[in-house]
Write a protein that binds this ligand. Structure first.
Ligand SMILES: *[C@@H]1O[C@H](CO)[C@@H](O)[C@H](O)[C@H]1NC(C)=O
Ligand SMILES: *[C@@H]1O[C@H](CO)[C@@H](O)[C@H](O)[C@H]1NC(C)=O
Length: 808
């Protein structure tokens, strides 16, 4: 630091000669050299400077004398120069003193002389500034105010002057500035001053480097690390990582389920950064459903989550640190629907009864469906499973109507249990169902049906009137009144007579009664219709044919048709005397109006003039000779033939057959006029004939009159009957009851005649009795035999008065 040396190795020789020394001192030289010169470096040419000759030096055994033991410089006598003997360190030699010089003498002998030599050592910058400690540590609160000072250690530099510590530098200089005060003692106080507030949250550790520089050339530096720990102050509020959190939770989640975890960060440390979480909702039910873990921010369930009650929750959360700073956020919890609600079926209106004739698409029931779930879970479909004539129609918005989709029939099914099932589309699907009971009411759509398609009944003739014959029955599939069947005899006529005069039908029971006694010989069968009618409105009917067959009783004896039994005329069969055995004399012809066994006739000979001469065919009634006729046989033979039927009990008739055994007609005549009653007969014959003619004429006219009047009466009567419309009144037709007082037949009955050619065969033909050759003898006539070709059946009209014309 001295300005003596300019720092170079330039030598300065300061030579002066001291004449004031003790007589021995002849001179003094001074040299200046920098420190740290290499060994052997020239310090100064002492011989020259002192003006001494080399010889003198050598002769004088010149040497260096010093009080110090250390000798840094040596003398080379031969060259007369001073050389550096060992390393000269100014700092070691002189410490901090600014002037540093070596002082020694050079002594000569012979003569003794000495010279003072001073070698000034000048400083070179060979020492860097140094700090005592390599680092300094500070703990500074982040709340330290700007301007706060922190004293730093100084640096030391062994060099002096300009080579010593010259200045300081602090890097980085973000927060702190360096301030150096020069003290009165020349030292410097080094301080760092807070220029910008610290933020622990930004930078907790700050390291700075303090550099000390000296003024030498080259400049040397020393550094010290300054470590600053920023101490925390609760200057930070907690901050949630998001202003709004979102979470979803499925409804019905178990308690304890963690819904979400929220996090708040507090930049502070320790208790300043210790965050406590809480829920701040007050009015709603959130706090009953959710709780938050104070420490870790886990939001979990403590209550029941029901989507149907609340679809989302807004939870207000607060985070606070111990210092009382807070932050808040929202947690939106969306509740996810779970299919936990069955569809609800509400019956809005329903009919309990529907008529069976309801048209298709008649609405029976309206229902409304509700499912509290949403989305698929609330999408409901309804259907009817069973195979029934009903279907569900969806109308708008969960409304369904149950309609009939085909014809109903109470007779097939009078009641339906309709199960409507509704299921939602959730997974798994929930469903519910409701059963509706629907009665089908009756409509009169079924006619009564008779048990049989037709009936046949037998009734034995001569029954008592009022006899119940049998019962017809019809059923009606409808219900109650619609199924109440009544029976009605349908108007018709049998042989021109209203059928109601034959039978009656009990309206309630269907029992058929005979109204009158039947005669098989007059009527063998008849049929009529019975109508069954139900009680519906309008009523439905059906009818059935009933055939009544009259069964025969043996109530008629056989009737002999031939030979005709008359009082007046005399009929005789002629047998020539020449007739052979087996000659067919005649044939008794009889009929029985009964039928079957009752009409099966047999013929027997009851009495005969000569039993040995004739026989009667048991079945055919043929009278034949059984032996040769002889002259002795009487001309007049009288046979009585009994005709019996086979009924039980049997009935019979007898007939007398006159046989004339003669070869000539006069013979016969003479014989037969002998008959006593024949004589009387002849007397009266003429009278009878006249009388008969008169009677016939009278009857004919009477008949005509009666027939015409009856016709008129019946026409009037039928009108009266028709109008009164009486259902079943047993009444006897005029013919039987004679109510009209005529006693006349209006109708002619055709009777079957079972001729007895062979009764067992019972072949029924119209009798043709007159188709045979017969001899009719009339004593009152002229005696000629008449051949009557009578093709007309006398049986055609047996009751007719005109029959008389055949009887002669
Ligand atoms: C309908 O349900 C009722 C009551 O369960 C039952 O008595 C009735 O027999 C059922 N009807 C039909 C037609 O199944
Ligand atoms: C009787 O029934 C038949 C069908 O079975 C019907 O054709 C007829 O018209 C009915 N007769 C009367 C008189 O009702």
């Amino acid at each position: 630091m001295e300005k003596i040396s300019e720092g170079t190795m330039s030598r300065q020789v300061l030579l002066f000669i001291s004449l004031f020394s003790l007589g021995l001192v002849y001179g003094q030289v001074s040299y200046s050299i920098p420190e740290e010169m290499t060994k052997g470096s020239l310090v100064g040419n002492i011989a020259q400077d002192l003006g001494l000759e080399i010889k003198r030096l050598v002769a004088g055994k010149a040497k260096i004398y010093t009080r110090n033991s250390d000798v840094y410089v040596e003398l080379n006598r031969e060259r007369g120069v001073l050389l550096v003997k060992e390393r000269i360190d100014r700092e070691a030699l002189c410490t901090e003193t600014a002037l540093c010089a070596l002082h020694f003498q050079i002594i000569l002998e012979n003569p003794m002389e000495f010279y003072s030599v001073a070698v000034q050592i000048t400083d070179i910058n060979d020492n860097a500034p140094t700090f005592e400690k390599s680092e300094m540590k500070f703990k500074i609160s982040e709340s330290a105010i700007v301007g706060a000072k922190f004293v730093l250690d100084r640096a030391v530099d062994l060099d002096v002057g300009i080579n010593s510590v010259h200045g300081y530098d602090l890097k980085p200089s973000d927060n702190f500035a360096l301030k150096v005060h020069n003290n009165a003692d020349g030292n410097k106080n080094v301080e760092m001053v807070l220029q910008k507030p610290l933020d622990r949250e930004k930078q907790e550790q700050i390291s700075l480097v303090l550099t000390a520089v000296d003024g030498g050339e080259p400049q040397m530096t020393g550094t010290m690390l300054i470590l600053i720990t920023v101490l925390d102050v609760n200057d930070n509020a907690p901050v949630f990582t998001q202003p709004t959190y979102k979470a979803t939770v499925t409804e019905n989640s178990a308690k304890g389920t963690v819904v979400a975890t929220v996090t708040a960060r507090d930049a502070d440390q320790g208790s300043n950064g210790k965050i406590t979480y809480s829920i701040t909702n007050t009015l709603d039910s959130v706090r009953k459903i959710f709780e938050i873990n104070e420490e870790n921010g886990e939001v979990s369930l403590i209550g029941d989550i029901d989507f149907e009650r609340s679809k989302y929750y807004q939870i207000n959360l607060l985070a606070s640190d111990d210092g009382g700073l807070t932050d808040s956020c929202k947690l939106i919890v969306d509740v996810q629907d779970v299919n936990d609600n069955k569809p609800e079926i509400n019956i809005m209106s329903k009919s309990n009864v529907i008529s069976e004739d309801a048209k298709p698409n008649t609405v029976v029931t309206m229902i409304n469906i509700e499912d509290l779930d949403s989305g698929e879970n609330g999408n409901v479909k309804c259907f009817v499973i069973e195979n029934i004539p009903f279907s569900l129609k969806a109308s708008t918005n969960n409304f369904y109507s149950l309609v009939t989709d085909s014809e109903l029939d109470r007779e097939r099914s009078s009641e339906y249990n309709i199960t409507v099932t509704c299921s939602d589309e959730g997974v798994p699907s929930l469903s519910s169902s409701v059963t509706l009971t629907l009665q089908i009411s009756d409509v009169n759509d079924n006619a009564p049906v008779f048990e049989r398609s037709s009936y046949e009944a037998y009734i034995v003739e001569n029954n008592t009137p009022g006899l119940s014959v049998f019962t017809v029955k019809a059923r009606d599939a409808d219900w109650n009144q619609n199924a109440r069947v009544s029976y009605i005899l349908e108007d018709s006529s049998v042989n021109g007579v209203p059928v109601s005069s034959y039978v009656s039908v009990s309206a309630d029971s269907g029992v058929i009664h005979a109204v009158r006694s039947f005669d098989y010989e007059q009527i063998k069968d008849f049929h009529f219709r019975v109508k069954a009618q139900d009680g519906g409105s309008p009523p439905l009917t059906s009818n059935v044919t009933v055939k009544i067959l009259i069964q025969d009783q043996n109530d008629n004896p056989p009737q002999v048709l031939y030979p005709v039994q008359t009082g007046g005329s005399m009929v005789a069969e002629m047998v020539p005397r020449s007739a052979d055995v087996g000659y067919l004399v005649t044939k008794v012809v009889a009929v029985d109006v009964d039928s079957g066994q009752n009409a099966w006739l047999s013929y027997k000979l009851q009495k005969a003039t000569d039993r040995a001469l004739f026989e009667v065919g048991l079945q055919n009634g043929e009278i034949r000779t059984i032996r040769q006729v002889t002259d002795k046989d009487a001309v007049k033979q009288r046979l009585t033939v009994i005709v019996e039927d086979n009924g039980q009990p049997s009935r019979s008739a007898t007939v007398v057959v006159n046989v004339a055994v003669a070869d000539s007609f006069p013979e016969v005549l003479s014989e037969f006029t002998d008959f006593p009653h024949d004589k009387e007969y002849n007397d009266n014959l003429t009278f009878y004939l006249v009388l008969a003619l008169a009677v016939v004429s009278f009857l004919f006219i009477t008949c005509l009159v009666v027939i015409i009047s009856v016709k008129i009466y019946r026409w009037r009567q039928s009108r009266v009957l028709y109008q009164s419309n009486l259902p079943v009144i047993p009444y006897y037709p005029p013919r039987y009851s004679d109510t009209l007082g005529t006693g006349t037949l209006q109708h002619v009955y055709n009777y079957e005649v079972c001729r007895t050619t062979d009764s067992r065969k019972s072949d029924c033909k119209f009798g043709r009795a007159g188709s045979q050759n017969v001899l009719i003898m009339d004593p009152s006539s002229t005696g000629t035999m008449q051949r009557i070709q009578n093709e007309k059946s006398i049986l055609d009209e047996p009751d007719s008065p005109l029959e008389v014309s055949y009887v002669m």
